[in-house]
Write a protein that binds this ligand. Sequence first.
Ligand code: ADP
Ligand code: MG
Ligand code: MG
Length: 955
Amino acid sequence: MAKRVYLFGKGITEGNGGQRNLLGGKGAGLAEMAKRGFNVPPGFTITTEVCTAYYANKRKMPAGLNEEVKKSVAAIEKHTGKQFGGHKNPLLVAVRSGARESMPGMMDTILNLGLNDTTVEVLKAKSNNGRFAYDSYRRFIQMYSGVVLHIERANENEHDPFEIIISEAKNKRGFKHDNQLPEEDLKSIIEKFKKLVLEKTGKPFPSDPYKQLEGAIGAVFASWMNDRAILYRRKYKIPEEWGTAVNVQSMVFGNMGDSSGTGVAFTRNPATGENEFYGEFLVNAQGEDVVAGIRTPLKISAMATTPHLENCYKELCDVRKHLEKEFGDVQDFEFTIENSKLYMLQTRNGKRTARAYVKIARDMVNQKLMTPEHAIESADPEAIEQLLAPVFHKESYQKAINANLLLTKGLPAGPGAATGTLAFTAEKAERWSTHGPVVLARVETSPEDLRGMLAAKGIVTAKGGVSSHAAVVARQMGKVCVVGASEIDINYNTGVLTCGDKSIKEGEFISINGSTGEVLIGKIDTAPSELIQVLIDKTMAPKDSELFTEYDFIMKLADKYRKLGIRTNADQPEQAINAVAFGAEGIGLCRTEHMFFKGDRIDYVREMIIFAAEYAEYKSKLAQRPGDAVLLENEYHIPIMHFKDALEKLLPIQQEDFEGLFNAMGERPVTVRYLDPPLHEFLPQNKDQIEELARKLNVPFERVSQTVHSLHESNPMLGHRGCRLGIVYPEISEMQSRALFRAALAVAARNKKSPKPEIMIPLVGFERELELQLEIVDRVAKEEFAAAKRTLEYKVGTMIEIPRAAIMAEQIAKHAQFFSFGTNDLTQTTLGMSRDDAGHFLPFYEKEAGIVKSNPFATLDQIGVGKLMEIAVQGGRKTRPDIKLGICGEHGGDPASIEFCNGLNLSYVSCSPFRVPVARIAAAKSAVKAMPPPAEKKAVKSVKAKKVVRKVRKK
Ligand code: ADP
Ligand code: MG
Ligand code: MG
């Protein structure tokens, strides 16, 4: 049987930092710190595999686990010289969850476990501190009752029933803080707690430490499936199968008096990336006090002058340096000081804003503290888009300041500017956000507010520091966030936010700046980010923007690693130019029909459509009766004239559009998709518009309305569209080909640079379809090359967007120089779900029934649709080993789908211009992830690192 419990602590550590999957992030971090000589209270980790077994076993502990736990407790007893439940020197433990990825505030920790009416007295005697002993006891009962016995507040506007008891005791004495309560008060609070437990559960609070431990371990496993955890996992795509580990660790006490305390810190500023020690602590406090915003914590630097803690501060500064060196990244760590002795309780790679990410990665790579691979691997590609987020518009902001609309300044916790209607509850924020931007304001947030935070553009809290729940979560979500705006008063009952003599009502506009902490009344315009100013608007010189310099460093690094090319979906020269500025290497999809809607060209398109059917009729008759050519021409002369005339008018316009694109793209490839949507999409639908068109074309109203009717389809998605248009009306493909080659030739002659057109035939399912279209393209190319007396390279390929094309890829590849996966249609046709109609049931499939893990139109259905892609890739390469493969569906900008494409070894992904930076990073990240692990290098590094620690520790 696999090992289920791993010890950690000085000299007894069995696991290591590489075992995150098995030990969870926290367990692995504790093991690694203990191994590397940091002072970690000893304990043990129950593996994530046990969690999996627990769920496989209908939420029951696997057989034999209890015995293993007892053995491990014995090992810790031996190590510490204390006894669990013992009456001489009782061992108390913390029971802590810890999944592979940290899930802040999602799972609950229980401290001081092992206390009961007897051990508390021993603790009192040993520490000679009754207040401390009873404070620990009341905390234990409170946490255990919440987490294990589920005695919780009824809803988000209510207080925790235990907090109510504490508040009453404080109010009675006129105290502000918990730590002012004397021993007698704590004792009577504990009695009230116990009574509450008995009332609510019908059973007395458990006093047997092993019973307590069993309950706590079970509760940690069970909490993996609580609503908050499920919601969080869905948002961050953490698989349910992972499970959580449980850490049981001997307690150290930050609540022993003024030479004790607890805190959390980052080795660098996680909001800005600045290389500064960043953290908070509280004297005489325990556990969640710092993050819960109960007392306002002190800045870490204040510890330097805090009596009894001056030396600890020095030690912490050393720890800060060593952590970065040892772990190769910014660390977010937790510590507790017991009687002036520093203990490390947790470390992990710090979550950071995108702004901080680029700065930290650039700085730490340059300082040789971080490997370039890690810089890429630790990127959150999705978050890169935050860097493009707006800031307040200078003038609009100044106006607000002049009008005295600045309400207050809190702590900046999530950069960027947000403006929106003020909402006080998660429920309202969620509801209102469907109509417009919302800013959520809470006294402090808790995990129950997650839904509202997701929905809001910005978050502001009155209480809490920079490591409060709101700040941590907002930073990760990339939300604009201001915390600890302590001057504001949020009245949930009246729905008014007040600050001095100013106020805002719920539903009115509020603006916040998460980079400065400012909170303002009303709506403030926002301005583009510096990246946009440098790259797109060109209103700022690259060297003047620190952000740009760092961004550019990371992007260039990413380009070194990625294997996938990055293209863009663009059909306007301006979009193409923007995409190139963001790093696009070509156009992966130009939807030609988008050009048809500009100006009055739509009228020519319509003219063509109105007469297309009759023209086709003429042609088929002509094919049957070639001898009657003259006769037929006379009979059909009106449709022939209109149809040809329309195409002739469209030709130069389309050519001009293509020239624009070729100009913008230089020698980069430009993939042009031929006409794709069903023709009725171009026609007017209401009577007035039909009348107007008839007048313009000088034809009877009936003739237009009849065409509109006859083109109506029951399932346009599966109707006469894609190459089926070019097959029935080859003149359209011919016109598009001519326009394209003329444009390319003209630009080549003018610019002395050869455009690289790639012609893409949509919705092919049959080999013959592509063959017929290819004949047209090649013939027109030959004609145009002859006329221009020069040739150009071009490619012809097809989209793979219906299952038959994927299945027949081997045959289709005979005529295709490239495949581009049109995964929007491929998903629609494979799932038999129309993207436009799926909204009625997909959310249910995803959120309620759990049939799909995420929206398949946003993130590729890798095992289903992906399977078809694999088949197509294989087939295509079999016929044509050098076939070029790309993706141009919406999925081309989705990091998870990009990783899948990297695995298929596609040549490029194509996405919308503003997603290009995201795709560049995602492509690099998937390439780094796919690299074999540098096993030997790591081993060498840890030996060296150990030496460094020893050296520094001696000092
Ligand atoms: P989370 O995963 O929510 O961060 P933790 O397991 O880290 O939860 O526990 C929360 C807090 O409890 C820690 O920050 C620390 O202050 C306190 N804590 C955890 N373990 C111990 C311990 N062994 N001794 C003292 N305090 C502890
Ligand atoms: Mg923690
Ligand atoms: Mg398509």
